[in-house]
Ligand binder design. Structure first.
Ligand SMILES: [Zn+2]
Length: 96
């Protein structure tokens, strides 16, 4: 049977209830008031995914990475499109 989280609209008690999908929401175990179902969020997982990003490289590291990758990218483009086209269309890539 699925579990649901509820919060009482009157006294703000939160509790978990287990009942089938088509049963109506229970009432607050504390005051008997009406309750609202809470949506469970995958917050811990999202936090875990965000962590590597915040830990990621300083500006200097990113710049170094960019400086390292740019000539490679340019070389690939030159191989594919030819020197002339790259110079015309991607002047910011500079000379490798
Ligand atoms: Zn209550």
């Amino acid at each position: 049977m699925p579990r649901y989280d509820y919060r009482c609209l009157t006294c703000e008690t939160t509790f978990e209830a287990q009942h089938s999908f088509d049963e109506p929401a229970p009432t607050c175990p504390n005051c008997g008031g009406a309750v609202k179902r809470l949506i469970r969020r995958a917050a811990p997982m999202l936090r875990g995914m965000a962590a590597p990003v915040s830990k990621y490289a300083t500006k200097e590291e990113l710049r170094a990475k960019w400086a390292e990758e740019t000539p490679k990218l340019r070389k690939k483009l030159v191989e594919k499109l030819g020197e002339e086209t790259v110079r015309k269309n991607a002047p910011t890539l500079g000379n490798a």
